[in-house]
Ligand binder design. Structure first.
Ligand SMILES: [Zn+2]
Length: 458
């Protein structure tokens, strides 16, 4: 495979210039002006377009057994949706149940991905219990190239761990040089508030928010960062949704705790009024932590601009509106959680971040690609455009105008949370390791070509 992308404006997390990019095999081999392709090379005219490094979603659930059902995408549909939207690498959450051994879970997720994945992938390894046996297996999984853990302070009994396990997981992570990602909500408080609301007859999706208010998320962040501080381990807070939780993360940073923060595109563009839509439509917008009051959006945008929040992910967890969300029709606590966004993350972030001038282009690239590559040990193989890096490139048309819809999406779920929303700009051509994998919103790559990314020890 030889590929020449001519005349585009290259935008990385630290630079911006017009040049040609020459890719041979799976990597970028040369960047320069007026490069001449040999016969047979594929040439893409990118004049007037931006060239971004392939985007990275640090948080997805492609294969996900959850609340008695399975998320709707599989590794084929989910990763094709990613590629179409410009995302060339995902970090999928490998989450065995507490009854399962870590290695068995790891092998299950690998088997789901292998031969199906259409973008590159890594895992965050769920530590859903901690004993001698699981410790040995976790060491093996880290040695296999999975350099990050995931813990849940919520979902006690399913994936959530007890405090002694949290201590031990963080200590192992510190010793192995692994960063621990964490879902931060106080599960006891969530469970008690859920019981209280349901007993009061407050059973609709509009009550989901009040069962997990901002303070409960902030308590989770405080709890995690206190443990991280005592153990001396680095942590990464997933899906931070509100000002209260962010303040706890900032306080921890000021104390010297090594804490990174991820927010989600959903929290930046949606608010809790969506979960209050009538006729159960609010169920489309149930996820945890919940969509927040609109006032939090400016806080999160500002924090991204100032480098206080590091990454924007999706927590992509697609459940059908017609057949799966209704599991919780009479009880919001039983609604499968998730607002699918993997395919639309970049278009939404560009439209609502760059076009509105909340973000400059460099910040946009950093929060959607480069920072995740650096935090999770893939840089500079991923997350930038330079000779030697994988040829994961997004030729982005800033002048494109379109509309998001379930009718045109690639993801297998039966609704689009942003139905009818206008977007500006889109990934016109997406390459994965030198192969054109998407063009004009359609997957055109080789199914199953996505690779497991073995991450080196830092
Ligand atoms: Zn998640």
């Amino acid at each position: 495979m030889a590929l020449l992308i001519k005349g585009g404006e290259i935008v990385t997390g630290s630079s911006r210039y017009v040049a040609d990019i020459w890719c041979e095999g799976e990597t970028i081999t040369q960047i320069g002006s007026d490069l001449t392709p040999p016969d047979g090379a594929e040439v893409i005219d990118a004049r007037g377009k931006f060239i971004f490094p392939g985007f990275i979603d640090p948080h997805t659930h492609i294969y996900l057994p959850f609340m008695g059902t399975f998320a709707k995408d599989n590794y084929t549909t989910g990763t094709q949706a990613a590629i179409v939207g410009g995302t060339t690498t995902i970090f999928d959450m490998c989450i065995p149940s507490r009854a399962e051994e870590p290695l068995a879970g790891f092998h299950t997720w690998q088997a789901q991905a292998e031969g199906r994945a259409c973008c590159d992938y890594s895992f965050h390894m769920g530590v859903t219990k901690f004993d001698e046996n699981s410790e040995a297996q976790l060491r093996e999984i880290v040695a296999a190239g999975v350099q990050s853990f995931k813990v849940f302070l919520a979902y006690k009994g399913a994936f959530g761990i007890e405090d002694p396990e949290l201590w031990n997981a963080l200590a192992l992570a510190r010793d192995l040089g692994v960063i621990t990602t964490a879902h931060c909500e106080n599960e006891t408080l969530v469970a008690e508030l859920q019981k209280k609301l349901v007993a009061e007859g407050k059973t609709g999706p509009e009550w989901h928010h009040d069962s997990r208010p901002p303070r409960i998320e902030a308590e989770g962040v405080h709890h995690l960062t206190t443990f991280a501080e005592a153990v001396g381990a680095p942590v990464y807070i997933v899906h931070l949704s509100c000002a209260e939780a962010l303040e706890e993360a900032i306080r921890a940073r000021l104390r010297g705790v090594r804490v990174r923060v991820e927010t989600l595109i959903q929290y930046l563009v949606l608010d809790k009024s969506y979960a209050e839509l009538p006729d159960f439509e609010g169920a489309k917008y149930v996820m945890s932590p919940p969509l927040r009051d609109r006032s939090n959006q400016d806080v999160l945008w500002n924090a991204l601009r100032q480098g206080i929040v590091d990454t924007v992910g999706t927590d992509h967890a697609p459940f059908d509106f017609l057949s799966q969300k209704p599991m919780g029709r009479d009880d919001f606590t039983k609604i499968p959680n998730g607002i699918p966004s993997l395919e639309d993350r970049i278009a939404l972030l560009y439209t609502h971040g760059v076009v509105t001038e909340r973000l400059d282009l460099q910040t946009f690239v950093n929060i959607a690609s480069t920072n995740a590559a650096k935090i999770f040990n893939l840089f500079p193989r991923k997350g930038t455009i330079q000779p030697g890096s994988d040829a994961d490139l997004v030729v982005f048309d800033p002048d494109f105008s379109g509309t998001l819809s379930v009718k045109t999406q690639t993801s297998a779920v039966d609704y689009n949370a942003f139905e009818g929303w206008p977007i500006r700009g889109r990934a016109e051509v997406v390459t994965l390791r030198g192969e054109v994998a998407a063009r004009d919103g359609r997957f055109v790559g080789t199914p199953g070509r996505g690779q497991f990314l073995r991450r080196p020890t830092p």
